[in-house]
Design a protein around this ligand. Structure first.
Ligand code: CS2
Length: 504
């Protein structure tokens, strides 16, 4: 293997002759029609790739100005590399690397929020895409409305001209753009249900709470579109070895590569009043049934993915494929998909759900990706509210116990807020969650695992409505008790036999 220290750096001077993914965006940053917030691995392996492919099918002013939140780890090397980076695709067919050339400017939201606001106000920018993870939408799990309990959001409401949250930034940027009256599109690309409508609701609530003028509210209502979208590609965190793999394949040193599976899916509601790249020719599906695709994604992939991560971590497994290879974890996961979640989904017309599930189980076996249980298990307090309450309430409302959804919650608690005296192991300990300290404080007074589950759920950490379901609270309590006393495998057997049993 070449030592990537001694080979030329990726950049404009070395890119010639390297495989280019799709086509390049126009070089001039003034012609960059897209602003992206959340310049991490997922955007660079997903929307940016589809944009490069769209540009190959149809030219246009669709370069991307990318803003990371606060970390320089992507922004600095991408600047040094003239915006270039490579995507390493890992599949049964082998590993390949291609260079993407669509980014035309970089910044940090936390350090320079005013430049984000300025860009949104610039008429040449026509679309803003978002990958800011579930927490970036500032939705309260407890109320479903704007999370006015969050200190950062409260501060933005008091001082909207100096925003620090994503919703505050959008509200400010759109307020300034309103003076030109130019249309604009905000396109969320996160695993949030009705992500477009949710973003619109949060921005509007923010404007109302911060006393925005009626003409600003009217501009956002009439001239700004917030299409929904479903995004799907497994993109594990980049590791130190990725740079070496790229060096071996391309002969250049890339300090900002991304790794991804071959599969990629993007379903977008076609509502772009200021135009859009030819994403439909770049592999995306334009559809008016996006809400249904979002349900498919959240309940067939994301929710069960969380279950694999938590059970696997409790069983000492490092990666998703190592976990999913355990028969009992696969059985619980497929039970969750087929018996508990599938009946709650209104499928898109003509959608081949069996094909999607077959593909998915194949994708979860991809050892080359090495997707870590600790990565998928992190941030559960933001992710599970999108994945658990709606299907759980569906069954509870019909008098049946969604025991595998309850198991997902019990296993999450066991990993991230373990009951007193319970040691969840190294993989679970490595999971991070912004709400961890708060959850630990809430659970402090509990003396048994059942009580532990009760106080956590009653706090509304998953949803206000689920906090009132006595049956669900008891089921999670019993499963957590079993995890503590007899381990995750015994709890899984109990959940499988209780799944969808009548509760009354
Ligand atoms: C995963 C997703 O970490 C997680 O929560 O479920 O990141 C998943 O890998 C992607 O949504 C796949 O499209």
């Amino acid at each position: 293997m070449p030592s990537s220290g001694n080979i030329p750096a990726l950049g404009r001077a070395t890119v010639e002759g390297l495989p280019l993914l799709g086509a390049s965006a126009p070089r001039d940053p003034a012609r960059a029609g897209i602003i992206h917030l959340g310049l991490g691995a997922f955007h660079r392996a997903h929307a940016a790739v589809h944009t490069a492919r769209a540009l190959a099918a149809e030219e246009g002013d669709w370069g991307i100005l990318g803003f990371a939140n606060r970390s320089r780890s992507v922004v600095d090397p991408m600047r040094r590399q003239d915006g270039l980076y490579s995507v390493l695709e890992l599949s049964d067919a082998g590993t390949r690397a291609d260079v993407v050339d669509v980014h035309r400017g970089f910044g940090l939201m936390a350090e320079d929020p005013h430049s984000v606001v300025r860009e949104i106000a610039t008429p040449q920018r026509r679309i803003l895409t978002l990958t800011v993870s579930e927490g970036g939408y500032s939705v309260s799990a407890r109320t479903g409305g704007l999370d006015v309990d969050s200190p950062a959001l409260r501060q933005d409401l008091q001082d909207p001209a100096n925003p620090r949250t994503v919703i505050g930034l959008l509200a400010r940027g759109l307020t300034e753009r309103a003076s030109s009256g130019e249309p604009f599109t905000v396109l969320p690309c996160d695993n949030v249900s009705s992500a477009g409508q949710t973003a619109r609701r949060m921005v509007t609530e923010f404007l109302e709470h911060s006393g925005a003028r009626d003409d600003i509210l009217a501009y956002v209502r009439d001239q700004v579109a917030f299409p929904d979208a479903m995004v799907d590609r497994i993109v594990p965190a980049t590791t130190a070895g990725t740079t070496d793999q790229v060096a071996e394949l391309l002969g250049v040193r890339d300090d900002a590569p991304v790794r991804a599976e071959k599969f990629s899916m993007w379903v977008i509601e076609d509502d772009f009043p200021a135009g859009r790249p030819a994403w439909d020719l770049g592999g995306a599906i334009m559809s008016d049934e996006v809400g249904k695709y979002e349900q498919v994604k959240l309940r067939i992939l994301n929710g069960p993915h969380s279950l694999i991560a938590y059970l696997g971590a409790l069983d000492g497994r490092r990666t998703i494929p190592e976990s999913f290879e355990q028969d009992w974890i696969a059985e619980a996961t497929l039970g969750l998909i087929r018996s508990e979640n599938l009946p709650t989904i209104d499928l898109p017309s003509g959608f081949d759900v069996d094909g999607y599930i077959a593909d998915l189980t194949h994708r979860w076996h991809n050892h080359d990706l090495g997707h870590r249980t600790r990565q998928v298990g992190s941030d559960g307090s933001m992710r599970l509210p999108q994945r658990i309450p709606t299907p759980a309430l569906f069954h509870l409302g019909q008098g049946r116990m969604p025991a595998l959804l309850a198991l997902t919650v019990a296993a999450w608690f066991a990993c991230v807020v373990p009951p007193r005296g319970f040691e969840p192991g190294e993989q679970a300990r490595a999971m991070s969650d912004p709400a961890q300290d708060d959850l630990v404080a809430i659970a402090e007074r509990a003396t048994t695992p059942a009580e532990h589950a009760r106080v956590l759920l009653e706090s509304g950490c998953l949803s206000g409505e689920l906090a009132e379901s006595e049956e669900f609270i008891s089921a999670v309590g019993e499963l957590l008790t079993t995890i503590v006393a007899s381990g995750p495998r015994a709890a899984t057997a109990a959940a499988l036999s209780a799944s969808l049993k009548e509760t009354r």
